[in-house]
Design a binder for this molecule. Structure first.
Ligand SMILES: Cc1cc2nc3c(=O)[nH]c(=O)nc-3n(C[C@H](O)[C@H](O)[C@H](O)COP(=O)(O)OP(=O)(O)OC[C@H]3O[C@@H](n4cnc5c(N)ncnc54)[C@H](O)[C@@H]3O)c2cc1C
Length: 449
């Protein structure tokens, strides 16, 4: 039997537990060489990727320690993945490459090129479904074809039994003859320093977060999830983004709570609903890759946004004179995360009160979020702008004042980030909501006609 290693290419699945490609590579019972490649094509986005690369580096350190402990050290390389992998195949004699599939347009093109190169080299590729609970194409309309509306997608999704989480390998047969580069800093990767503290990355932190959410908050999820001051949602988003936690593991934990405590069903089901939204937007990006650069509904590419840079700037800096919007934007700037209710409020505000393109907001979020994820972010922005898959029409326009009264009724969240909101130093509102609302409706109407 061949003793050449198999290659295992980690990308956004930075964990050893419940990892399909790792599980399958181990089943071959030959040495496994795990590799992570820093891709200049991604790093060239510079400012957009600093925060997430800081999180990634921390997650990689933890992955590397875990793999060391299991016996299969991780190697790091930098360069065009096609060339790096070609070199690795030649250096090691590997005849198989394992990876977990991604759904983003860039990743799909890159993997296509890798796959062609491997074919040339006579190397087998084992591409596993691991990113979603039900992979693209698994949840389809009865008549065939993808769902474009969430509710029927979610019903069909729930009707499919999920896979159980996979066990963490007890030990991995490693391969130590091939070396990589040493652990880079952000500077080594051509990036600036991260401007804010990085949340605890890595598998252990992710699992602790999940345990604490299950212990304290999942059984009151529906009741409290819209209240930013309570901060009771899971905060698992950067971990699901980088795969330091598997969505199957999260779903299994939620289902366990539901079966042990049937009274919690309603609350837990709402949380599971969020995991379904995650799969939904991923299958949308997979089926309709044009959404990455254009509106899901082409008519809305014709909207003539006002795009005033002074207003956009005020929004970015949390200086609009609308306390809930400003508190939310400052939470994003200062922590790299924003509560979901607030993401909905500020995205509606940018597009429908400030009349600035959803794509400007989408880009700004990508620059600031540790959890910035093309599918979820794009889906969220197109939902807010009313250009997306949502069955709701474009005339849903949030009133930032009544949203604040409803979801931060005592103003405690606002006080945390905008302590000056009640003082004279706080700016006056930069627009009048009722006037802008009518203007937004006109703008959408013109595009539709
Ligand atoms: C304009 C806008 C932009 C967004 N950008 C992102 C983004 O870049 N990355 C991202 O992960 N989420 C994004 N979301 C979705 C959602 O706001 C975050 O996933 C959530 O706030 C993360 O916090 P949490 O982990 O505590 O969520 P929880 O409420 O605990 O939810 C659990 C998990 O479900 C998933 N999830 C929850 N809500 C959604 C949703 N609406 N769409 C897709 N997945 C969801 C996330 O993976 C999340 O970690 C965006 C939403 C909007 C309205």
């Amino acid at each position: 039997m061949s003793r050449d290693p198999v290659l295992l290419w980690f990308r956004r699945d930075l964990r050893v537990s419940d990892n399909t490609a790792l599980h399958q590579a181990c089943a071959r019972k030959v040495p496994v060489l795990p590799v992570f490649i820093f891709d200049p094509e991604i790093l060239k986005k510079k400012k957009e990727v600093v925060r997430r690369t800081a999180f990634l580096l921390s997650a990689l350190e933890s992955l590397s320690a875990n793999l060391d402990a299991l016996g299969a050290p991780l190697i790091l390389r930098k360069g065009n993945p096609v060339e790096v992998l070609r070199a690795l195949v030649k250096e090691t004699g590997a005849r198989t490459l394992f990876l977990n599939n991604d759904i983003e347009p860039y990743s799909r093109q890159r993997d296509e090129k890798v796959s062609m190169m491997l074919k040339e080299e006579g190397v087998e590729i084992v591409a596993c479904d691991d990113l979603m609970i039900h992979p693209p194409g698994a949840v389809q309309r009865a008549a065939g074809g993808p769902y474009t509306v969430f509710t029927p997608f979610s019903l069909a999704w729930k009707a499919k039994p999920p896979h159980d989480p996979l066990p963490r390998p007890a030990q991995i047969q490693g391969w130590t003859k091939t070396k990589g580069i040493s652990f880079p800093t952000l500077g080594d990767l051509g990036l600036e320093k991260c401007d804010i503290p990085v949340p605890a990355a890595g598998e252990k932190s992710a699992q602790e977060l999940l345990r604490s959410f299950v212990r304290k908050n999942i059984t009151r999820y529906e009741t409290t999830r819209n209240l930013p001051f309570q901060d009771s949602t899971s905060h698992l988003s950067p971990h699901l983004r980088f795969g330091t936690l598997s969505p199957r593991t999260v779903l299994a934990a939620a289902r366990r709570v539901r079966s042990e405590d049937p009274a919690s069903k309603k609350e837990v089901d709402v949380f599971i609903g969020e995991l379904i939204w995650r799969d939904f937007y991923k299958q949308i990006l997979w089926e309709f890759p044009h959404v990455a650069t254009r509106a899901f509904r082409p008519a809305y590419d014709k909207i003539e946004w006002e795009n005033r840079t002074d207003r956009f700037q005020a929004w970015c800096e949390g200086q609009t004179g609308f306390p809930i919007v400003d508190a939310a934007m400052r939470q994003l700037n200062q922590t790299g995360w924003m509560h979901n209710r607030l993401r909905m409020i500020v995205s509606s505000f940018l597009t429908k009160d400030l009349l600035v393109s959803w794509q400007w907001g989408e880009r700004y979020f990508m620059e600031k979020l540790f959890d910035g994820d093309l599918a979820a972010n794009n889906g969220g922005w197109q939902w807010a702008a009313g250009t997306g898959t949502d069955a709701q029409p474009y005339f849903r326009i949030f009133n930032p004042t009544s949203q604040a009264e409803k979801f931060d009724s005592e103003g405690k969240f606002i006080a945390r980030y905008v302590p000056e909101a009640t003082s004279l130093s706080y700016p006056a509102p930069i627009v009048d909501h009722s006037t802008q609302r009518l203007r937004a409706l006109e703008m959408y109407k013109a595009a539709r006609e």
